[in-house]
Write a protein that binds this ligand. Structure first.
Ligand SMILES: Nc1ncnc2c1ncn2[C@@H]1O[C@H](COP(=O)(O)OP(=O)(O)O)[C@@H](O)[C@H]1O
Ligand SMILES: [Mg+2]
Length: 234
């Protein structure tokens, strides 16, 4: 289980997160919703120790991982896919996957390899000789997720994976992310795209200006019009 307890995070003197608490239980897809600038990426950065919280704690499977070096957190089985999809544009799809395999922790519950990845993301098989920079936005997002999987994580943090993608591609990715959960991964996903996120999520947190304003099931959020109107673009 991933637990974020009452964290406060700053960029320099700017106080961004004000006591954020959330958890992702094993086998869950949890979605953090919020408008642009609400603090979604900062939550991910706090968990991964890119920008460690100055107060509060992050626990992973009961261990305090607050402020641990990023590589140690990754080795424990947490993988982060940033919103800018850091793939290598000059390497082919296959080379991008090979590099990620070398960097991975090489064990874990699941054992991902290229064949299994291509089964999950059939478009990548077709493209495996193409350079990453020449793939479409949707293909690059699949590749970014695939690279993270090559490290055999138990938990995936996906920062706005559906952002800027065409509706058809969004639907395809939603199905693939749902399949990852069935493979046993636990997933924390941030989104502004409320509709697609609600199709995926088991539970939802809504944040605004660095504070959690709502937590509950998708159904509870849908029944709460005030929250959607105040904090989300719907
Ligand atoms: N490197 C940074 N330095 C200073 N302020 C930042 C930095 N990155 C983000 N911020 C600010 O922190 C707030 C939250 O940003 P972010 O977590 O990226 O929001 P979201 O991902 O929800 O769009 C915003 O007000 C943003 O301007
Ligand atoms: Mg963001």
């Amino acid at each position: 289980m991933l637990e974020v307890k009452d964290i406060h995070t700053y960029y320099g003197l700017s106080h961004i997160l004000f006591g954020v608490t959330l958890e992702v239980r094993k086998g869950e897809i949890v979605c953090v919703l919020g408008r642009n600038g609400a603090g979604k990426t900062t939550i991910m950065r706090s968990i991964m120790s890119f920008t460690p919280p100055s107060q509060g704690k992050v626990y992973f499977n009961g261990k305090d991982i607050t402020r641990l070096p990023v590589f140690k957190i990754a080795k424990m089985g947490l993988a982060f896919v940033p919103d800018n999809r850091r793939i290598f544009p000059d390497l082919t799809v296959e080379e991008n996957l090979d590099i990620a395999a070398h960097a991975g922790r090489g064990r874990g519950r699941s054992n991902w390899n290229k064949e299994k990845i291509y089964e999950l993301f059939p478009p990548l098989r077709e493209l495996d000789c193409r350079q990453g920079g020449f793939c479409s936005g949707g293909e690059q997002q699949m590749l970014a997720v695939a690279r993270a999987l090559m490290g055999n994580p138990d938990y995936l943090l996906l920062d706005e994976p559906l952002e800027g993608l065409a509706p058809l591609v969004v639907r395809e990715l939603v199905v693939q992310i749902e399949r990852l959960r069935k493979e046993g991964l636990s997933i924390l996903i941030t989104e502004q795209n409320v509709r697609a996120a609600l199709k995926l999520a088991n539970r939802v947190y809504v944040i605004d200006r660095g504070e959690v304003r709502f937590q509950g099931t998708v159904k509870e959020l849908e029944e709460n019009e005030e929250i959607s109107r105040k904090y989300l673009l719907v």
